[in-house]
Structures are given as structure tokens and as C-alpha cells.
Design a protein around this ligand. Sequence first.
Ligand SMILES: *Cc1c(COP(=O)(O)O)cnc(C)c1O
Length: 463
Amino acid sequence: MKYVSTRGSAPALDFAEVTLAGLASDGGLYVPEEWPQFTAEEIRAMRGLPYAELAARVMQPFVGDSLAPDRLRELTEEAYGRFAHKAVTPLVQLDERQWLLELFHGPTLAFKDVALQLLGLLFEEFLAREDSRLTIVGATSGDTGSAAIDAVAGRDNVEIFMLHPKGRVSDVQRRQMTTVRAPNVHNIAIEGSFDDAQAMVKRIFADESVTARHRIGAVNSINWARLMAQVVYYFAASLQLGGPDRELAFSVPTGNFGDVFAGHVAARMGLPIARLIVATNVNDILHRALGNGDYSAGTVTPTTAPSMDIQVSSNFERLLFDVGGRDGAALADQMRGFEASRAMMLSNAQRDGAAGLFTSMRVDEDETARSIREAYENWGEVIDPHTAIGLHAARHADLAAQVPVVTLATAHAAKFSDAVERATGLRPSLPSRVGDLFAREEAYTELPGTYEAVRDFILETAD
Ligand SMILES: *Cc1c(COP(=O)(O)O)cnc(C)c1O
């Protein structure tokens, strides 16, 4: 399997290379040259497989020759063996129509673990082969940081610099990053928003003063391997609810468009998906783009769902490429325009292509709180604000009757206990697997929100 850039001019890479590469050298994102397809018969044959085995089957076409099937299977066993639930991503039924897909049973309590536990192992595997080192630079709105740090802390040949927007992540999120004391982990709090941090990370990839000295890797969902690992749970949910012989809809609380893009990939591979609901908070650039083609970034409004407080959704570029005719040169022009003015209109092909599968909904703070409260009152389920946004959209979207709707439950409620307590009166407690988070000492570096400060810190600190 070869991977090509959405902007058309970076070299094609194989899976091992794309895993270590992060952003393409032309500023684009890597996507598979073509989508592997499963027949209905092949999907039916996946029913009842343990999660780790299902994962290896779904991912093998993307991995190609980079890993032997047995080795891939060993890595998925190891990655998913760390989850606190045997099913890894269990489904919970709310009523005859609504389901929750719980993605938070990993070590850091959000869905990011599903991909990052595997990615940490893939880094180690591919770096050992080449006997080289990787400097990971990432930005987090909260959950990627902790999941990535957990996945690489103490591992050989990798070092991680993780930027978070100062004061804009929850206490649990911050402590899950800053209390990990390993020599290869560097936490940085910057002045500004997640979008500012993400823009700095993208500049690092293009900055020769850094790339000449360090091989820079990505743990954000610009890294293809992350999305690949997330495709698996769409298959897992569908297989349990009658797939491939029954269509489902998925409601996905969305920020950087990674998780929901994985649903698009599952559909492209042959999984019958009736609808993908893109659920946003008031930072609604994706809702506007899908509704009327207006992709223009405003300023970020902090909400109770901080992992979705994003205005510029990196992975949307992958969708625009895929539904807009896969024309890298045209997309490069369009994205350059967006980067200059922070606004662009989608082409008709892009809008029509997206409309075939995607619906969107914007969910405000009152609706989020009500959704948390109703989940508790109606079904006894304590859900986090991100999941609540997905569930609100699932219950209010205009879908054909009879289509079951699976909401992706992206975080454990205890990660956002203040908002959950305000809505329900109940303070969810942290599961014991996170240990004495509030007793451990924190360590992080505070930097001003300028690119130079971050770059210089990385150059001074990296091995
Ligand atoms: C990251 C995150 C999201 C958004 O996922 P994207 O892939 O960026 O769209 C939603 N909920 C939680 C809890 C998250 O951590």
C-alpha cells in the first residue's frame, strides 16, 4: 500500500514511512492511494472475532508489506491487552434505537488510547529496524497529550514534546500529562488556544532549522496510523448490530475531524453506514462547512467539551481531497488560500461528495448540560460532555426511522467531573487504573505563544 499527499507534490510513502513521517513535506496529509475493499462475505466472516484479531484483519491491507500478519497481530494483542474492558470498545444499549460505543477503557480514559497505544508500539518497531530516533512534536486540546505520553514514556528511541494551551485543559487532563516523569517526556504550556499550538506544530515540520537536526514525528491525527486504528471500532460496532446486513448511523463528537473521518474510511471499505453525524460544540466551523460550504475559522470559544474547542480541523483536508476528485494541485491552491485568509468556500463537488454520507449538528452549552442530565435520568448513564454532544445530535438528527444510531462515547465522565457534577449533581470518580493522579508532582515548562520560543526550546532540549 502506498500513501500520497493531499497536496499532490510530496513523495509517495509506504506504511512504515508514513507512520514515522507525520505531515507531508508539501504541507498536506497522507492518505492511502486507494481504499482497500472488503466484500459483505469477508465482513460477515469477521463476526465474533476478539477485538485484537479484528483490528489486525481490518488494518492489514493498510499495513501492506511493512509488517507480517503475525507481527501485526502481536502488536494489536499488546496494545489492546492494556484496556480495562475485555471487549476493548463495548457497546451499551440505551433504548431500542440508541447505543453508546464506549471508547474510554484505555489507560488515559479517552478514545485517543485506542490508536495511540498501537502507535507507540509501531514507532518502536519501525525505529528499531532502522536504528534511528524520532522526536515527536504534538499539540493537544487535552486528550491526545496524555494518551501519547502514556504510549511513549520510557520507550527507546523516541522523545516527545507536547504543547497544551495553558489553562484550557481540565485538571485531570493536565495532570495525566504533567505527572508522567520520564526523561523522554517534555510538557509545554503555551499562551493561546489549541489552534495556535497546532499551527506551531505544523510549522515545526516545515522548519529546516529543526528538521535538519531531528527527525520529527506526529502523534496528532495528522498521523495516518491513528485514523487507521480508529476504523476498527466502526467495524466492531457494526458487526455486533447486524452488519454488514444492516445499516447503522454513527454520531461522532468532532473537533479535528479525525474520528469521524475514520468512519468515512470504514464506509469506503465496504461497511454499510447510513449516516455519519458530525456533532460539534459552539466552535462549529465543520457544521457551517457541511451546511452551506462556508469553511471559515472564527475565534475559539472555551466550552465544557475542550477537546472539541477547535476552529481549524486538520483532517477535513483529507475529506475534501477524497470527495473532491483527489486533485492534489487544486487542493494545495485552495488550502493556501485558506491559510492566508482563514476562510474558503467548498467546491460543489466537495459539498455534494460530503453530503452523501455526512450530516452535522451544532450543540450549545445548555443542550450539552441537558444531554448529560437526560442520559442520567433516562438511562442511568453518566456521560462526559463530549459524548453528550454526540448523543444530543444522535437523538435530534433527521434520520430514517429504524436505523440504529451509535454515539461514540469518547471520554470517561471522570475526566470532566466538574461539568458532569453541575449537570447531574453527581461527581464521577476516577477509575483506580489512573492511580493517585492528584498526589503526584507536576512538571511542565511555560512558554509564550510565539513560534520562536517553542522552536528554540525544542532545539535546546532535544537529544
Ligand atoms: C479528541 C477528542 C474529540 C474529537 O476527536 P477528533 O478526532 O479530533 O474529531 C472528541 N472527544 C474527546 C473526548 C476527545 O478527546
